[in-house]
Design a protein around this ligand. Sequence first.
Ligand code: NAD
Length: 264
Amino acid sequence: STALMAGKRGLIMGVANDKSIAWGIAKACADAGAEIAFSYQGEALKKRVTPLAASIGSDAVYECDVSDAASIDALFAALEERWGKIDFLVHAIGFSDKSELRGRYVDTSPENFRTTMDISVYSFTSVCQRAEKLMTDGGSCLTMTYYGAEKVMPHYNVMGIAKAALEASVRYLAEDLGKQGIRVNAISAGTIKTLAASGIGDFRYIMKWNEYNAPLRRTVTQEEVGNSALYLLSDMGRAVTGEVHHVDAGYHVVGMKAVDAPDI
Ligand code: NAD
């Protein structure tokens, strides 16, 4: 797969540290020959993202807070100046007040509902809007979702509602941008221990449950999500759009606890 991404340039949003799903995707794309620009949220993350980017030969590192339209505009202006066009975009961003990622969904506050929807859903539409103008030879946009969009998962709460809306946006965006050869997909990843995930109540228990009950009897790695992303971002996936692709060791097909699953 060495040349799969040769000559392709793209933006990866959402690297917070080396455990981030975005970083797994970045490594897979870099190994396949892509040139990558990164955006990070807030000055505090700059010192983490800069050396990671450097380790794959990139000095294209930009600040972008997706809750601020001017910040997104500045990012895309910088990309346009640097490259003129891009071929792919990865959105691996989500946020909700972690005090509401436990307890009951019904108790969600209006403020956190709006913030969660803005950062975790609208931001993808917002970056696709800007990316469209730079994807002059077509392109591939990818976001990250979770099974909590489809079924009730413990503590996922308002994030589940947001991911359901995100998955619906993938379908509408795929239709809108398809005529220009721009594809839009999501990966529904199994549980991975990242910064964002550790904000979810009982996350360790949920990880174990997945490990004991998924058809493959394990969880998934950042590298595995990275390789599946590579398929969707490269020409290997060129007939695939509007898709929510599960990379979850098969957990989404399971109807009940496995007979051989230990008690936890
Ligand atoms: P992570 O904490 O490494 O990444 C989340 C990123 O979102 C961080 O880089 C953070 O800076 C960024 N972010 C939050 N608010 C932002 C804002 N206002 N502007 C710009 N960036 C902002 O965790 P992760 O698990 O790699 O999360 C990436 C994506 O994968 C999220 O959408 C998450 O919901 C999704 N996902 C994670 C799992 C899992 O188990 N870890 C499973 C399925 C889907």
